[in-house]
Design a binder for this molecule. Structure first.
Ligand code: PHE
Length: 519
């Protein structure tokens, strides 16, 4: 406001050091005052209210020692003052002088006072050699303090700089002119067009701030991929280079039918308990699955079929229609296999074009079957007690291969190649049990740091109960394997607590500083 008012009167401010700040009778000549003025100038210039030019100057300020001299006098003047006049008292011995004025002042002061002929030796002590002195050092420093310069010239300034009594300081002052938007009102221009302005019509007269297309914005402190994303990317690339196509895994909510029943998981299986699976209360049940298929699945559970005895317990439709957060991505695999079998059933399933199973374009035997290699990497949910290695949600990597006459050796071979591409060359397989696969194999990898075998995945050949009720011909074999994304990621990044990797406690620097990982 002061700048605007001054400009209003005089149209130009030649030198901003001459502005007098209200309430003080001193002009704003100090460095700090000019810095404050610069802030105001920039803000006014951005609104085109003024224009200004900058003038560089170099000025001087006192150091702490220089300020002391302005207050108490130079070292030599202090020494001179401490001594008796010649002939009037007993000469002051040097130890007493040191005591009186301090070691530092005694040392520097003596030598300079001698040089100026202010003091002299008498016996073992010192006395004044002259009856009065002029403390030029103090006077000069006073001048520097108030004007930032010395009329006596640059040579003397350089001398004081060398003695570390003053220091050079770059400064600026400014010449100010009126700008195209000059006014004496500093009302802030509007930065947003609001609904209120439109409603009241005040936008017509409002003063809008101009866009600054040159603004560089605040530099972001670097985006970074989360370790899970990087490892996921690598795994996806492994699948893609092995000719797999990605399954659509966006359905986090599945029915008991697709997550369990279609996979021949008995309806009383502990995995389906509330303690292990999150169920939805709303909506209460899923849409009905395809009728004929549903009937075949229900029948094989209850009474058997396709060479199976079945579980021989009453079938529960409500159990099948429960909605839940999928506990494994094998729910999606089941859905996709059912769609893959559509041609074998002589149906055309909507959305199942040749594009969907790009890699299953083989000729087929006239039974509609085409081989497929499918994969997914996505989120699953389990009602786990959370600890350093377990969360209620994690990511599953899943691969499924469907072809005629596949054997267990094909599954083992596939996994050897797959894991070796992940850098895991030493793998072992252990017989295991899954309700939906037979045989089933757990995969163990040798962990070179931990020096022990750790479980890295689970796999198996899908059961005929599952495949044949989908409509696949008898000679079609499907094998699959699954692993978590978190486990290999934690091993890769040396993370021992899963909460460092997922959730609200993830330290951002772990993400920002994590190395790019190649298996
Ligand atoms: N669904 C299994 C799991 O959650 C993994 C798996 C997938 C096993 C496919 C066999 C076949 O561990």
């Amino acid at each position: 406001q002061l700048i605007l008012d001054t400009l209003d009167k005089s149209s130009t401010i030649k030198d901003t050091r001459t502005i007098t700040i209200p309430g003080s009778d001193q002009p704003a000549s100090t460095h700090d005052a000019q810095i404050t003025i610069l802030g105001a100038l920039n803000s006014l210039q951005s609104r085109d209210m003024i224009k200004y030019e900058t003038h560089e100057i170099s000025s001087h300020v006192l150091t702490a020692e220089g300020s002391q001299i302005v207050l108490n006098g130079s070292h030599e003047a202090i020494v001179w003052g401490a001594l008796p006049e010649k002939g009037t008292g007993s000469p002051l011995p040097i130890p007493s002088l040191k005591k009186a004025v301090g070691d530092e002042t005694a040392k520097i002061g003596q030598s300079r006072a001698f040089k100026s002929g202010w003091i002299t030796k008498e016996g073992d002590g010192l006395v004044k050699a002259v009856s009065s002195i002029t403390d030029t050092t103090q006077n000069d420093l006073r001048e520097v303090d108030s004007t930032g310069a010395l009329a006596a010239g640059e040579k003397l300034l350089a001398d004081y700089r060398k003695r570390k009594l003053i220091a050079q300081k770059k400064g600026q002052w400014f010449t100010v002119h009126k700008g195209t938007n000059f006014s004496t009102s500093t009302a802030k221009p509007e930065t947003d067009l609001t609904a209120e302005m439109l409603a009241s019509g005040s936008w017509k007269t409002a003063n809008f701030k101009k866009y600054n297309f040159e603004a560089e914005g605040i530099p972001p402190n670097g985006g970074a991929f989360h370790p899970l994303l990087k490892v996921r990317e690598e795994i996806i690339n492994i699948f893609l280079e092995m000719g797999f196509a990605e399954m659509p895994t966006s359905s986090f909510v599945e029915s008991g039918f697709w997550c369990f029943d279609a996979l021949f998981v008995p309806q009383q299986h502990p995995a389906r308990d509330l303690q292990d699976t999150f169920y939805l209360s709303d909506p209460v049940q899923s849409l009905p699955p395809p009728k004929a298929y549903y009937d075949r699945v229900a029948k094989v559970h209850e009474h058997g079929g396709y060479g199976s005895l079945g579980y021989r317990v009453p079938w529960s439709d409500s159990e099948s229609r429960k909605l839940l957060l999928r506990t494994h991505t094998t729910a999606t695999s089941a859905t996709m296999l059912y769609r893959l079998a559509a041609r074998c059933r002589g149906e055309s399933v909507e959305g199942l074009g040749d594009g969907e199973f790009k890699h299953s374009a083989g000729k087929g035997d006239g039974d509609g079957f085409r081989p497929a290699k499918l994969f997914s990497v996505d989120r699953v949910f389990r009602n786990e007690t959370m600890d350093a290695t377990h969360l209620a949600e994690f990511h599953q990597v899943e691969g499924v291969v469907a072809d005629k006459n596949l054997t267990l050796a094909d599954l083992i071979g596939f996994m050897r190649v797959f894991f070796s591409k992940m850098g895991i060359n030493e793998v072992r397989f252990k017989p295991a049990y899954n309700p939906y696969t037979e045989p089933s194999l757990e995969i163990f990898a040798f962990h070179p740091q931990l020096k022990k075998w750790v479980e890295v995945g689970n796999s198996g050949m899908f059961r005929p109960e599952m495949l044949e009720s989908m409509g696949f011909p008898k000679d079609v074999r499907v094998h699959g394997w699954g692993l978590s994304l978190e486990r290999p990621t934690m091993i890769r990044y040396g993370i021992s607590n899963i909460r460092t990797l997922v959730g609200h406690k993830v330290p951002l620097d772990v993400v920002e500083n994590s190395p790019a990982v190649m298996f």
